[in-house]
Design a protein around this ligand. Structure first.
Ligand code: KG4
Ligand code: ZN
Length: 338
């Protein structure tokens, strides 16, 4: 089965052609991130305008790269939520038009669940039951996956998402957008020995026996630390590196501890990480260390499949084929994972 995936939930415009839910034939992503760097965050109106300009060329390119004509597409899969309303509309309305024009069935896809399906695009395939951690710019969710299309939400962030915390604290440190890669790059410059103990930040809710997260207190702690250092005229590159290091440590400690605890409680055969923050090397390293006795249980997509793209949208559709007449498909900006 050949599926055309379309993803426009945030600032990316993406299209991919995937065979049998596991083999990527093409995967094209355009991002308006450079425009948002000027403002230090996404301006939804600008993202949607850019998406409107490039959605058709991106779909054309995806078909060309896969060397597939539209007649050979079996299904169109499109992200219909959660996400920015203007951005989602571009992808959903384009998919509906193509569905009508090409006479192809259409499957609406939940963006968060879709992130997890990046793990089916790698060689090693996950087994059920699984625990999934979705960590993106807008969401931090832990889910129990009994089988395809049978997800139970265990917990999530009560305030800022993990990616949001990276993005916002990076802005406070003057590191630009997106904050995750910027903080990771600064933290990398800091040798662990030099950084350890220099600045200590909280690990919110790390020992709470639930599966919820909270990152806004961590963000506030960083803001306070920066204010304090600035008032003492001590805010310099070393402090920025130390803070970046400790922010990354704090976020990844909490994510790994709670995910591993959920995996033990639910006797998961696989642990799946997904979403933009799963591209973080330190998170990947810590997750591997935490379950070093059963390494084969851990699944983390390659970094380029962690961040937003349409290949996992198509994979999700293949494993959860819920067709809906195009006339009935709506954009659902606030849709939760399950
Ligand atoms: O999944 P994604 O591409 O888009 C959303 O659905 O939100 O995730 C974007 C988020 C941003 O917050 C970005 O800072 C973060 O993922 N991110 C990272 C890394 N790469 C992207 N965070 C930490 N380390 C990274 N290497
Ligand atoms: Zn995403």
């Amino acid at each position: 089965m050949i599926i055309l995936g379309i993803e426009t939930s945030c600032d990316e415009t993406a299209a991919a052609v995937v065979k049998d839910g596991t083999k990527i034939l093409s995967n094209v992503v355009a991002s308006s991130v450079e425009l948002h760097q000027k403002t230090g965050g996404i301006i939804p109106e600008i993202a949607a305008r850019e998406q409107l300009k490039c959605i058709i060329p991106i779909i054309k390119e995806a078909l060309e790269n896969a060397q597939i004509k539209s007649q050979k597409i079996d299904v169109i899969a499109v992200t219909n939520g959660p996400g920015l309303i203007g951005s989602l509309l571009v992808g959903v309305e384009t998919a509906k038009s193509l569905s009508y024009l090409w006479k192809k069935p259409i499957i609406p896809i939940n963006h968060l669940q879709a992130h997890l399906y990046a793990n089916w695009l790698e060689d090693k395939k996950p087994q059920f039951p699984a625990i999934g951690l979705v960590v993106s710019g807008g969401h931090t969710d832990l889910v129990f996956i009994k089988e395809h299309n049978n997800l139970k939400w265990l917990g999530g962030t009560r305030d800022d998402a993990a990616g949001e915390c990276f993005d916002k604290t990076a802005r406070v440190l003057g590191l630009g957008y997106p904050g995750g890669p910027a903080i990771a790059a600064k933290a990398e410059k800091m040798s662990r020995l030099k950084a350890q103990g220099s600045i200590k930040l909280p690990r919110p809710m790390i020992n709470d026996k639930n599966y919820d997260f909270s990152f806004s207190g961590l963000k506030t702690a960083v803001i306070n630390k920066v204010r304090q250092k600035k008032s003492k005229k001590q805010f310099n590159n070393l402090i920025i590196q130390q803070l970046a290091f400790e922010i990354q440590e704090a976020i990844t400690d909490v994510l790994v501890k709670k995910t591993v605890r959920a995996a033990q409680k639910y006797q998961a055969k696989s642990i799946l990480l997904a979403g933009g923050v799963a591209a973080n090397s330190r998170l990947r390293e810590k997750a591997q260390k935490a379950i070093r006795n059963s390494q084969d249980k851990l699944f983390i997509p390659s970094p380029k499949l962690c961040t937003d793209n349409a290949s996992y949208v198509a994979a999700n559709a293949y494993f959860n084929p819920q067709f809906i007449p195009w006339q009935k498909i709506k954009t659902e900006p606030g849709l939760r994972i399950c």
